[in-house]
Design a protein. Structure first.
Length: 307
């Protein structure tokens, strides 16, 4: 663990530092609360052992500042009091302290507090890891590993704000696997899942690093292309169409004999400043227009062409 000791008494600092290092932990020391706060921000220690009364920030203010600054991390706070008065202990706990030790500092007592701190901080780290994993799962499509519709809504909102504020252009493309219902009927849902994963990988391989690809739902994918013209987007999506065609996934229910996609493109440009929801509808309409041409095609929205 990383342990920060804050005390204006040199003797107490030496005792605490020796106990911490003898226990195999890394130790930082501060002579007052203000210096301790700076060290906390720099090192984010697992444990703080702090005196109650110090120059600068006192122990209570330091505890409050740390609790306010925490996010996923957790620092175990041990308050040192000169006499263990009930009022001081209660004030410390209310400020965020986890435990207290009375002075003069007893090495054995501090050792027991460090053992407890190790257990508690390990548990908090494990829980934080679970929270991060759950948050990632909530924003990721489990089949393809792509971002999901929830993430798309947040990303599109940020992009719309940027476009409105700075006049940045972007394009949006909606791609759908052609004749996918008949593919599932012919080959089964397991083959359908494998096909979705293969198409997702093909689309991902053709995007720029700045582009964002999402599984919109079912066999539909949505691609956001920042700082891209509709002409450039059409060329990029035609390469993606060719990449999917090039997979050569057999589909006897398709006129081409292989699995294909149809794509519609819309754009937020100087002549067509509309929100993300409107662009999704326009791209969706253009996608169905691509299907009407015979599928395996890319069509730019009529709203862009007439803007």
């Amino acid at each position: 663990m990383r342990v920060l000791v804050a005390d204006d008494d040199g003797g107490s600092r030496l005792v605490a530092k020796a106990v911490v290092e003898d226990a195999g932990h890394e130790c930082f020391v501060a002579e007052d609360g203000t210096a301790a706060w700076k060290l906390y921000q720099e090192h984010r220690p697992n444990v703080l052992v702090t005196d109650l009364m110090m120059p600068g920030l006192d122990g209570l203010d330091l505890c409050r500042a740390i609790r306010a600054a925490e996010s996923d991390s957790y620092t175990y706070l041990v308050l040192l009091t000169s006499h263990g008065a009930r009022a001081d202990v209660l004030a410390g706990m209310e400020a965020g302290a986890d435990d207290y030790v009375t002075k003069p500092l007893d090495p054995f007592t501090l050792q027991t507090r460090l053992l407890a701190a190790d257990r508690v901080t390990s548990l908090h780290a494990e829980l934080a890891g679970y929270r991060r994993a759950l948050a990632a799962q909530a924003r990721t499509d489990p089949l393809t590993g792509l971002r999901n519709r929830l993430t798309m809504a947040d990303d599109l909102e940020l992009l719309d704000s940027s476009s409105e504020r700075y006049g940045h252009d972007y394009c949006l493309a909606m791609s759908d696997i052609d004749d996918f219902k008949s593919y599932n009927d012919l080959y089964g849902h397991q083959a359908g899942d494998a096909a979705i994963k293969a198409v997702a990988a093909a689309l991902a391989s053709e995007r720029r690093e700045s582009d964002a690809l999402y599984r919109y739902g079912g066999e539909e994918f949505l691609l956001i292309l920042p700082n891209q013209s509709s002409t450039g987007a059409a060329a990029a999506l035609d390469r993606a169409r060719a990449a999917v065609f090039g997979l050569g996934i057999p589909h006897s229910g398709s006129s081409t004999g292989v699995l294909t996609i149809s794509t519609g493109i819309s754009a937020n440009t100087a002549g067509h400043r509309v929100g993300g929801e409107r662009l999704i509808h326009e791209a969706d309409d253009a996608m169905y227009a691509a299907k009407a041409t015979g599928r395996n095609a890319v069509v730019v929205s009529a709203a862009i062409l007439h803007a």
